[in-house]
Design a protein around this ligand. Structure first.
Ligand SMILES: Cc1cc2nc3c(=O)[nH]c(=O)nc-3n(C[C@H](O)[C@H](O)[C@H](O)COP(=O)(O)O)c2cc1C
Length: 362
């Protein structure tokens, strides 16, 4: 699969997920193999244009992540064009526009999914961006605003006319948020009506599902979000199935190692310090802890966030989730992970567990 001159092989991509797909997570996923594209968390166009450090950090990536797409959000065509130029200047391979976020904080500013209700405005944004940069501009949208306003097929065509090089569709409406299921018939309809590549998104949690979605066409690629948070090896496994091999089982040791490596990569980042973890004790005002402590707290919080998904992919994951939620230092965090994934501990737990239920995303 190609978008512009960018080769996306295999055509499976890590979906943008705010708070989750940071550079550390993206690097680890890429290292497993099978992932042809990663997309950053959504980044504010306003913050980029104003040069806000925190925003720029969200857009940071490393060479090993390439090809990398930086997703931006906003509702002002000029600022979105200027932000796209900044993204291009940062060396990103692609710039993606968020037209799917239903969170009111974003949607109320004519950004995110509310752009789906203003097709002409959405078109003006993408035209301005496509004129401003040489890298491909892509758009990620939902099925529509609600079940009375399902307009992805029409909007996607407008995006193509405006100069978008590819489109991704999550087959739920904004009103649905994450309830119900992603409508892949609708996604296929969008793809069938366009000359540019279309990524389908939603509810792929088993590696074979990625391969099936692609094989039935007409989508050119598949974006995986929550399935990759549970199982970062999903791309590697899907690539194996696509080659006609069996998807290999992931050992508890590998699962534990993933979390330990994630901790190490996060510790190497500056973001936590910029974040300046501050906590307020009653009557004491704001306490500024030493930067290292703030950074450690940030790392622990990142692990908690990932584990709310990651632990659903493993036996007795709730034990790990509860333990990590109680972790109070990095060393404690590491000990919990090592102990949980030690072969004996996992085997003992697994022996007492019920048969694994059918996976679902809730
Ligand atoms: C925690 C979380 C954060 C998300 N953040 C973004 C985002 O920043 N930009 C975006 O376009 N989609 C975002 N999404 C939507 C996903 O990219 C994806 O389209 C959706 O989750 C459906 O795919 P899945 O079933 O594979 O998770 C987010 C989803 C989740 C679960």
């Amino acid at each position: 699969m190609k978008i512009g001159n960018i080769d996306l092989t295999p055509p499976f991509a890590l979906a943008p997920m705010a708070g989750m797909t940071d550079t550390a997570f993206r690097r680890l996923v890429k290292r497993k193999g099978g992932c042809g594209l990663v997309v950053t968390e959504m980044v504010s166009s306003e913050g980029l244009v104003r040069g806000i450090d925190r925003t720029l950090e969200y857009a940071e990536y490393t060479e090993e992540e390439r090809p990398v797409s930086i997703q931006i959000f906003g509702g002002d065509p000029d600022k979105m064009a200027a932000a796209a130029q900044i993204v291009e200047g940062m060396g990103a391979d692609l710039v993606d526009v968020n037209m799917g976020c239903p969170v009111p904080k974003i949607a109320k500013h004519s950004a995110g999914c509310s752009l789906m209700r203003e097709p002409a405005h959405a078109q003006a944004i993408v035209s301005a961006m496509a004129r401003a940069v040489k890298i491909p501009v892509t758009v990620k949208m939902r099925a529509g605003w609600d079940d009375r306003e399902i307009n992805a097929p029409d909007l996607a065509r407008r995006m193509e006319d405006a100069g978008a090089a590819a489109v991704a569709v999550h087959g739920r409406t904004a009103a649905q948020s994450y309830s119900g299921s992603s409508d892949w018939d609708l996604i296929d309809r969008v793809a069938a009506g366009l000359g540019i590549p279309v990524f389908g998104s939603g509810d792929c949690i088993e590696p074979a599902q990625l391969v099936e979605r692609l094989a039935r066409g007409p989508v050119s690629g598949v974006l995986v979000g929550r399935g990759a948070l549970r199982n970062p090896w999903i791309f590697e496994q899907a690539a194996a199935i696509r080659r006609g091999d069996a998807a290999r089982d992931i050992t508890p040791t590998e699962r534990g190692q993933f979390l330990l490596e994630y901790i190490d990569l996060l510790l190497d980042e500056r973001l936590g310090e910029a974040d300046g973890f501050r906590h307020v004790a009653p009557g004491e005002g704001v306490i500024e802890p030493a930067p290292a402590r703030g950074h450690h707290r940030w790392v622990i919080n990142k692990l908690r966030a990932l584990n709310s998904w990651y632990t659903k992919g493993i036996d007795n994951g709730s034990h790990l989730r509860v333990a990590i939620n109680a972790a109070d230092s990095i060393e404690h965090l590491r000990e919990i992970v090592r102990e949980f994934f030690a072969a004996g501990a996992i085997a003992g737990r697994a022996a007492h567990s019920e048969p694994r239920p059918q996976l679902s995303l809730r």
